[in-house]
Write a new protein. Structure first.
Length: 431
């Protein structure tokens, strides 16, 4: 049963209660996989896929014909749903595109900033129990908008070696370049180091379990990564006016993801807290993934009762949740006071699942309190910024002495001379 606490009785560690560090045996296992793939290439990938996914695969890559056939095989209603979701995601993320700028307001001086896309990106897509088409849309479409030329999707196969038609259809409509039937830490290794079939990428994005998260952490530096994602989490902040059945359903929507998932209700209503506690038990009984959700609810989840909505906001900002629902009469009044959250869902009729699948904002979000300093996946994750600078000689000469003085105060004489040597030719450079 989900426990109920009073906010005043909880220590800071009890409020947070999250740690995304892997156990030592996970780290050792991931090291072995990374080394195995780096040395063994495709054959190592086949061996790990046999071992972890129970699938015997010959072709690591899903053919273009398979992808097109998957799109054609789907029922028209779900194809329409994918098209609607993809269009919503495109519209939202198109607003994130940055423009190059140039500053040329002084004679002889030009400076500015330009954006260039990353060339190759790998997208990790978990299978739990099926590969998530929503994750493919959310990761591939922003990369495509950014101008990434090669986007590779990696996802674990089913035991028969196939990938779900829904996932392949999502890759088709999102614009993935290639799809590979490999997942887990071995997929991260393939993307980081490259194999005979899977090219090395410049950046790896997308969610996964503890093995994927640990592998991404270990290959960071050789390639870029989006974030180290922990288990899924939701915080519902509510006054006493919410329907407890709705709140319980939203908590369970994240609890069913993973036994490590975290679902929290923060409310100033003791009556709602009691009602939601009972309703969670009622709904758990009929949930297909009851066993997973039960462990998440009992081990990682909680209801926190506060004295006021102000105190509830304090708790939410300290927790910095991946998903934050503001289930109150006027959520827009509270929105400016939210400092730390991955994605914010406003009002009682905006369930977190709306953001997972259809609305448009990205569902790849910072977890485990990292919303204090990081952001949802966006077009920004798929571009690089370069500054540029031009001075003609007439513009450089008046500031050369200042540059040299600055450099010498830092003990860098060569820096100083590189500025002074460019002064007008009739001036002498003083060593």
């Amino acid at each position: 049963m989900i426990p109920i606490y009073n906010f005043a009785d909880l220590s800071p560690d009890q409020i947070l209660n999250r740690d995304i560090q892997a156990e030592a045996d996970v780290g050792a296992a991931v090291d072995e996989i990374l080394s195995g793939v780096r040395e063994g290439g495709d054959e190592a990938l086949r061996a790990y896929t046999r071992r972890f996914d129970g699938a015997e695969i010959t072709d690591l890559e899903v053919s273009a014909q398979e992808i097109e056939a998957a799109w054609s095989s789907l029922d028209p209603d779900f194809r329409s749903t994918l098209e609607l979701a993809a269009e919503n995601i495109r519209q939202f993320h198109s607003q994130q595109v940055h423009r190059d700028f140039v500053v040329a307001d002084r004679p002889g001086i030009v400076m500015g900033q330009r954006y260039t896309p990353i060339q190759r990106v790998g997208v990790c897509v978990p299978r739990s129990p099926e590969a998530f088409p929503s994750t493919i849309l959310m990761n591939v479409i922003p990369a495509r908008i950014a101008g990434v030329s090669e986007i590779y999707v990696v996802t674990p196969p089913r035991p028969d070696g196939s990938v779900s038609a829904e996932a392949l259809a999502a890759a088709y409509i999102a614009g993935a370049t290639r799809v590979f039937r490999v997942g887990g830490a071995q997929a991260v290794a393939a993307l980081a180091y490259g194999t005979e079939t899977i090219p090395q990428v410049d950046k790896i994005v997308g969610p996964g379990g503890i093995f994927v998260a640990t592998a991404k952490r270990k290959v960071f530096g050789r390639v870029a990564i989006d974030m180290i994602a922990g288990p899924s989490e939701i915080l519902v902040l509510s006054d006493g006016g919410s329907n407890p059945r709705w709140v319980a359903a939203d908590l369970l929507s994240q609890a069913e993801h993973d036994v490590r998932a975290c679902a929290v209700l923060v409310t100033n209503s003791p009556a709602l807290a009691q009602a939601v506690q009972a309703e969670v038990e009622t709904q758990l009984a009929s949930l297909p993934r009851c066993e997973v959700a039960r462990k998440a609810i009992d081990a990682n989840s909680k209801i926190i009762v506060t004295d006021s909505l102000e105190q509830a906001l304090e708790a939410a900002n300290r927790i910095a949740p991946e998903h934050l629902e503001l289930c109150v009469d006027d959520p827009f009044a509270l929105l400016p006071r939210v400092r730390n959250a991955g994605s914010i869902f406003l009002g009682r009729s905006t369930p977190e699942a709306l953001g997972d699948y259809l609305a448009g904002p990205n569902h790849t979000l910072p977890t485990s309190g990292t919303a204090r300093f990081s952001s949802p996946l966006s077009v920004d994750d798929f571009v690089k910024k370069s500054s540029f600078l031009y001075y003609d000689q007439a513009a450089l000469s008046p500031v050369a002495e200042r540059i040299a003085d600055f450099a010498r105060r830092e003990g860098l004489e060569a820096h100083a001379r590189s500025a002074l040597i460019r002064r007008q030719s009739n001036e002498e450079v003083t060593p």
